[in-house]
Design a protein around this ligand. Structure first.
Ligand code: ADP
Length: 341
């Protein structure tokens, strides 16, 4: 846009003033006898008639540039390699998770995870902490099956995920991200994505449990309000609560929670914490924690550092044994509720 702005401005300013040149030059040629009166009139009409299509054609250059960008993005998706999984109907026994010497890199460049081994026990709350870029989300995304590990083994229950069909894995896991994607459909349908086939009553029950029934009923058309492209008509906190309702409806035994802080305002926070407490009851929970004060009660805290596991244990144990955790905790308490990453 920037590189074209001068040319476009000049073009848009000069083209409509075509008569400024056609009239004096035409008159000059007419007076000297090289242009007849009828040809002069024709030239005037033609020059005006040409304007509009020319301007319309120029406007397409903008659209063509946009199409180019979108095509680039689509091609990127199409060109990425598919996840190879078995189609054999296999079930998962158990909801514990284990990483055995897992290495993972996006695009074969830098290793995002370097030979990590960790265990996430069934029915417990495990928190992942670490500075930004340390690999927390990558661990969560591998568990959710967004990618396959590059090296090593990832087990859910006692099965290697490579032997589990992707749908079976997806059914087991509810993933509440920071940027939850909502489809350009009604609120009702967006929550129902958690479990297709759920009745309207089940959807509203999940919304009530997630603390979003009230604000949904306050929307223009209640549950039938269309949320706009990527949920654009709702605030970040509202999208977050709808995502929690969706996860509640799904009622999966493994819950991954990217503890969003970005959108939460104080009013929303209590509601969301409440909803999350209900969502995770009795589940295997993996929390990506940005504020350490929210996970001091976690059964196990895994401290990530530059793609490796630096330490793990309870809050108390880590304060004693991990220099990195201690410094993060001090930074956190020092900034009175500020985010660590
Ligand atoms: P955290 O969640 O701790 O902030 P991430 O797991 O997001 O860290 O990132 C770990 C590393 O992987 C970082 O170096 C990051 O730049 C890289 N990374 C994350 N997502 C992608 C991606 N989609 N493509 C390429 N590199 C990525």
């Amino acid at each position: 846009m920037k590189s074209a702005q001068w040319a476009m401005s000049a073009y848009n300013a000069i083209t409509p003033s075509v008569l400024l040149t056609v009239l004096p030059f035409g008159f000059l040629f007419y007076s000297s006898g090289s242009l007849t009166a009828s040809a002069f009139v024709t030239v005037i009409i033609l020059s005006l008639g040409l304007l509009e299509p020319l301007i319309a054609a120029m406007n397409y250059t903008d659209n063509i540039a946009r199409v180019g960008t979108v095509m680039g993005q689509i091609n990127e998706v199409l060109a990425s390699s598919e996840i190879n999984r078995t189609n054999k109907k296999t079930d998962i026994n158990g909801n514990s998770i284990e990483f055995r010497n897992v290495t993972f890199s996006y695009d074969n460049e830098k290793e995002a995870l370097k030979n990590i081994s960790l265990t996430i026990p069934e029915g417990k709350v495990t928190a992942l902490v670490g500075h930004s870029g340390s690999g927390k989300s990558t661990v969560a995304k591998l568990i959710a099956g967004f990618w396959d590990v590059t090296d090593g083994e990832l087990l859910i229950g006692s099965s290697n995920v490579r032997d589990i069909p992707l749908e079976v894995q997806a059914e087991r896991i509810a993933y509440v991200e920071q940027n939850n994607f909502l489809f350009d459909e009604t609120v009702m349908e967006n929550i129902r994505k958690g479990r297709s086939g759920a009745t309207d009553e089940e959807v509203t029950a999940a919304a009530k449990a997630a603390g979003c029934d009230e604000f949904i009923r306050g929307l223009d058309k209640g549950y039938q309000t269309v949320v706009g492209s990527a949920g654009g008509h709702l605030s970040g906190g509202e999208r977050q609560r709808i995502a929690i309702a969706r996860a509640m409806l799904k009622d999966a035994p493994i819950v991954i929670l990217d503890e969003a802080t970005a959108y939460i305002d104080p009013e929303n926070e209590a509601v969301i914490q409440n909803a999350i407490a209900k969502l995770v009851q009795g589940k295997t929970v993996i929390v990506i924690a940005h504020r350490l004060s929210t996970i001091t009660d976690a059964d196990n805290i895994i401290v990530m550092n530059d793609g490796t596991v630096a330490a793990h244990g309870t809050h108390k144990k880590l304060l004693d044994s991990s220099q990195l955790y201690r410094s993060m905790w001090q930074a956190h308490t020092g900034t009175k509720g500020g985010a660590v990453s």
